[in-house]
Every structure is written in C-alpha cells, then in structure tokens.
Design a protein around this ligand. Structure first.
Ligand code: PRP
Ligand code: URA
Length: 258
C-alpha cells in the first residue's frame, strides 16, 4: 500500500493506493475498508456559489491567513492562533447586519446620541473545534454569551452525536452564531441549528472556516432561514468525508491530539 496520507485522524492511517482509499486501524493494523462517502453524488462549487444567504469571504487578509492555516507545516499553537484570528475576521463580516439602538452619552465636550447593539448576542461553539472560532468572536464582541454544544461526528457513519449541552433555557437575544470550522457533510451544523431552534432563539447564523459544496447545499436546504458565513468554499469531500483540499482535522490540529 503506497501513497500519500489523505486524512488526519486520531486512530487511523489512510493511504491512497491503486484500489482507492484504504483505512486501517493504526493500533491493531487490522485492515478494514470504511468509505462512507464513496459513490455519493456531490454538487460542484459552481452549483452552490449563488445559494441564498451564503456569504463567502473575499478579503485578502482572510485569504492570506487561510493559506497559513491549511499548510500542514503549521503547528497547533499557530494553528489555534490563526483559527482565533480568522474567527475575529468572520465575526466582523457576520455582524454587518446587526440591529442598533440609540444610546445617549456625553463625550468630554458635549452630549450626543450614539448607537449600541440592540439586544444580546450568543455564540455557540460546536465542540471541540468551534472553541477557537468562539474565542475570535469574543475579541470582536467581548460581552457575547458563550453557549457550548458538544457534537461528535462518528467517523464510520458520519452521523453527529450530541454529548454536551449548555444552552440557556430562556433566550431573549438578538442573534446566536453557531460556530464550527468545518462544514463537511453538514450533519453537525444541521443538528446544532435544529437544537438551537428548539430553544426558541429568534435569529441564527452559521459561521465556519471551510465548507464542502455537499455540506453547504445540505445546510442551506435544511435551514433556509439561516445566514451562512464562511472563509472558503473547497472542491469536495473525499471518500472518508474529509474536505479537500481542506486542512485536515480541525480539532486535532488546534489541540495537538494526533
Ligand atoms: C468535525 C468538525 C465538525 C464536523 C464536520 O468535528 O469540527 O463539527 O466534524 O463534519 P460534518 O459536517 O460531516 O458533520 P468532529 O466531530 O471531528 O469533532 P471535534 O470537533 O471534537 O474534532
Ligand atoms: N472535520 C474536520 O475536522 N475536517 C474535515 O475535513 C471534515 C470534518
């Protein structure tokens, strides 16, 4: 089995041989084929570029940081810092339509009517990989409340499983941003937004770093009322359900758990 590694993962080594993608348990070395996305028809980039409510960053500083983030040479401390910085840039873009209300203040010279954000803002990091993004958000909106939600993608079925929930029971907030770097099949994002909607949050946005066309299409169809902000739209998912070219496993690269 010769070839290049095609995915980052805690327990799996993956190689691309003549027969396709072959995964084997790195601990036991017992070979097993697990190709959850094999044969699944995926939309192309052009098919999803003009979906309503989808915003893809065009900022040159974002493009610069994305290149550093994707680079396999970038080590966890720098990777985490970059996720935070990209989170702050995305927060700036995703908050452009927030409602304001008037506030009377006094400058050292005179009274004036200023403006403040109308109503509170919630940020829901989808654990674990959403943590760095949420930190970036708080650099822009320091008093945002953070509501943690733990979802883990089963790597064989690609289904998201909920394991932690710290969402508030009564919510009177202007908006909540669900943040997670990777929108792959869309399963985690779709489930997170469904869970948030059940809590009665009036307005929701999704903020991610990289999306695959497949996940973007699924998310847009499942939650057509949700604004989606991303830094980059990639080509596709590989047979394992990883985004390509992507950046590998966003959680492992932030927290050094290879
Ligand atoms: C990753 C990522 C998303 C999810 C995306 O998390 O951060 O939450 O996979 O895949 P999907 O669109 O196919 O659902 P993972 O489940 O690996 O957990 P982690 O954040 O703890 O690494
Ligand atoms: N989760 C990740 O961290 N990376 C991917 O490419 C897909 C899901």
């Amino acid at each position: 089995m010769a070839g290049d590694a095609v995915a980052w993962g805690r327990f799996w080594l993956c190689s691309m041989g003549k027969e396709g993608v072959f995964m084997f348990d790195a601990t036991t070395r017992e070979g097993q084929r697990k190709w959850p996305m094999q044969g699944v028809v995926q939309p192309k980039r052009e098919d999803v570029l003009r979906l309503p409510r989808v915003h893809i960053s065009t900022h040159p500083v974002m493009a610069h940081k994305m290149t550093r983030l994707r680079d396999r040479q970038t080590q966890p401390p720098d990777f985490y810092r970059l996720v935070k910085e990209i989170g702050a840039l995305l927060a700036y873009e995703a908050t452009e339509t927030l409602a304001l209300e008037e506030e009377e203040i006094e400058t050292p010279l005179q009274k004036m009517n200023g403006q403040r954000l109308a109503g509170g803002i919630g940020v829901t990091p989808i654990l674990r990989a959403g943590l760095g993004l949420a930190e970036g958000f708080r650099e822009v909106i320091s008093d945002a409340q953070v509501w943690h939600l733990g979802l883990r993608r089963d790597e064989e079925t690609l289904q998201a499983l909920e394991y932690y929930n710290q969402l508030p029971h009564q919510v009177e907030f202007q908006v909540c941003y669900a943040v997670d770097p990777m929108l792959a099949t869309g399963g985690s994002a779709i489930d997170a937004l469904t869970i948030l909607k059940r809590r009665g949050i009036p307005r929701l946005s999704y903020v991610g770093i990289i999306a695959a066309p497949y996940g973007l299409m699924k998310l847009s169809q499942a939650h057509p009322d949700v604004d989606i902000y991303i830094a980059a739209l990639d080509e596709s998912l590989n047979d394992l359900g990883y985004i390509v070219p992507g950046l590998g496993d966003a959680g492992d690269r932030q927290f050094g758990t290879f």
